[in-house]
Design a binder for this molecule. Structure first.
Ligand code: PBG
Length: 331
């Protein structure tokens, strides 16, 4: 491409970097509010509670959810992803509360949809907030995760979300075949416009710690790992295979998770498939940045840099706990 005959001084790349206007004029990637999805934690408790390992993020009580959504809609953020914080007494080995048609998520989705906000509601399909062992699936007697048994529960959970009015179902459990069975069920029950955002390449990552504090699955997990179903951080070809299967099974959008440590995966997937591709800047990434910024060790601009890096790698949108903060700055 660059068979340069002449270079310096004819070519000076600094010319276009010199002024603000020229930097803006040639800028290849821009972050806009439309790139952001805001993950929120909702709790059954009466009052909101702070999450110690995620400074600035709160578990929002049900009674405040409409106000919260209104605020987010006003900022122009196109969608929220809702995660439940369930009381210990409701957690069971099989996670039955996950498909309770009158459970926390189902109630909240119905409440939000009644108001006809101009905002997409994404719900998480996985059992970890509902199981007393903190795994995303149900266990066989020997302690392994029962893939096919879990599919039945996930299908019920997904259907209950669709019935409540969820716009997007987002399975984050990493069971094999779940996109297919959920899509089949949705079609069968007439939910032909319910979208599926598949957490296709979800890695067994250490960066989920603060999220597990937030939903209380860390204590349930009691040191257990998710390596039986989430991807090995050492692999990248497998991510292509995962995404391929999810598209075939009926996913409308795919996701890579975490974000910054997996930019090569985002890049490869977008190059390979050219379908709507999302990245999740997860709780640990948030806490690292937020912690360092709060201490004055990093400037706040580090947030924008992390988000533009994710976009540059090919993501069409980013789930980030910084969404509100950044949306405000982008105005
Ligand atoms: C679990 C789930 C996790 C996250 C989203 N859904 C954690 C996990 O797999 O243990 C993590 C999100 C984050 O860290 O911000 N189904």
């Amino acid at each position: 491409m660059f068979k340069a005959i002449k270079s310096f001084p004819e070519t000076r790349l600094r010319r276009l970097r010199k002024d603000d206007w020229s930097r803006r004029m040639v800028r290849q990637n821009n972050l806009t509010v439309n790139d952001l999805v805001y993950p929120i934690f909702v709790t059954e408790e009466q009052n909101g509670t702070k999450i110690e390992s995620m400074p600035g993020i709160e578990r929002i009580p049900e009674k405040r959810i409409l106000k919260e959504i209104e605020e987010i809609e006003l900022m122009g953020i196109p969608a929220v992803a809702i995660f439940p914080v369930i009381s210990k007494e409701k957690k069971t080995a099989l996670g039955e509360e996950s498909f309770n048609s009158n459970g926390l998520i189902q109630r909240i989705v119905r409440e939000i949809k009644r108001k006809e906000f101009n905002i997409g509601i994404i719900t998480d399909v996985a059992l970890d907030p509902y199981t007393n062992h903190g795994q995303d699936g149900i266990l066989e007697d020997n302690g392994t995760i029962d893939n096919d048994g879990t599919l039945e529960v996930l299908t019920k959970q997904a259907l209950s979300h669709a019935e409540a009015g969820a716009d997007v179902i987002a399975p984050s459990d990493m069971m094999d075949g779940r996109i297919g069975v959920i899509r089949t069920e949705l079609e069968k029950k007439g939910f032909k416009n319910t979208k599926i955002l598949a957490y296709s390449a979800k890695y067994a990552s250490s960066f989920y710690g603060p999220f597990r504090d937030a939903v209380g699955s860390k204590s349930s997990l009691a040191g257990g790992s998710k390596e039986q179903y989430q991807m090995d951080p050492s692999n990248s070809d497998e991510a292509i295979h995962e995404v391929f299967l999810d598209i075939q099974e009926g996913a409308d959008m795919v996701m890579i998770k975490p974000g910054i440590p997996y930019l090569d995966i985002i890049y490869r997937i977008k190059q390979e498939f050219q379908i709507p591709t999302f990245a999740y800047q997860v709780s640990g990434e948030y806490s690292m940045l937020k912690g360092a910024i709060d201490k004055g060790w990093l400037p706040k601009k580090a947030i924008n840099e992390s988000l533009i890096a994710i976009k540059r790698s090919g993501a069409d949108g980013i789930l980030t706990y910084f969404a509100k903060e950044i949306a405000q700055d982008l105005r």
